[in-house]
Design a protein. Structure first.
Length: 268
């Protein structure tokens, strides 16, 4: 431990070191011989150094102490041991870090992979929930399809059902009606289409009962062709739902349907 006094250049004649003691880590205090007093003139600095550096008459004792580093050594402190916090593979300081690099990387990769899986699962749930809000509700899906019992429709009759807010025509055609519509010449038809392309089974005709002119509901077994007739504006359809005369621009629409059994029809 050193005992020193700060000595300004202009006060060097009044202040000085009284006693000096040096200490070491392994030995006791050792006295240091005082430096004899000797006045050394100091030149006046030029320029900006004049305001930054002290100048004047400085004693040799003051100059000597200016070049002696002062250090307070605390040799009684112990370094903490963090071995219990370190991995078993990194406790030995002599071992190179490259020897256990793969083991340490495996932990990092495992954490990243687990975080990625959790993030992907959360993102999937968010996307599925967002898409589900835009899908049709249960009551709408219930109206998307209709099942019709064909056993209750006699031959030559046309039954009307409500499907998605529209009239659905299910017509049980006779053999004469089938021969009539298939023997017609399509030349001159406004919307030419074969009867075979409009039906799945020849005896069953499935149509939407909405006139293609202005959305009226045609009457069954009416008109000049024995099919359907729209009394609102005089559109005539045959027994296949094809427009034959009147302002309607197209045939009656055939919805998507299938026969699940001999007596069951599923529309939609």
């Amino acid at each position: 431990m050193f005992s020193t006094r700060a000595v300004a250049p202009l006060l060097s004649k009044y202040l000085g070191a009284t006693s000096v003691v040096g200490t070491g880590a392994a030995r006791g205090a050792t006295p240091i011989v005082p430096i004899p007093e000797k006045v050394v003139p100091q030149n006046k600095p030029e320029g900006k150094a004049r305001n930054l550096l002290p100048w004047g008459t400085v004693s040799s004792r003051t100059m000597a102490w200016r070049h002696v580093p002062v250090r307070y050594g605390h040799t009684d402190l112990t370094v903490p041991d963090f071995s219990s916090y370190r991995r078993e593979s990194t406790r030995e300081p002599a071992n190179a870090s490259s020897e256990n690099e793969m083991g340490r990387r495996a932990i990092t990769y495992l954490v990243l992979a687990g975080g990625g899986v959790v993030t992907a699962h959360a993102a999937k749930n968010i996307i599925v929930g967002a898409v589900a809000t835009m899908s049709a509700s249960a009551d709408v899906l219930a109206l998307a399809k209709i099942e019709v019992d064909l056993a209750g429709i006699p031959e030559g009759k046309n039954a009307v059902f409500k499907w998605q807010g529209k009239p659905l025509f299910v017509r049980h055609r006779t053999q004469a009606e089938i021969d009539s519509v298939r023997g017609m010449i399509m030349k001159g038809m406004r919307d030419p289409q074969l009867d075979e392309d409009r039906v799945t089974k020849p005896e069953w005709l499935i149509l939407l009962g909405v006139c293609t002119h202005l959305g009226c509901v045609p009457l069954s077994h009416q008109g000049d062709y024995g099919g359907y007739f729209c009394p609102c504006h005089g559109s005539h359809y045959d027994a296949s739902g094809r427009i034959m005369k009147g302002p309607a621009p197209a045939n009656l629409e055939v919805p998507k349907h299938e026969f699940t059994s001999e007596t069951t029809l599923l529309v939609g």
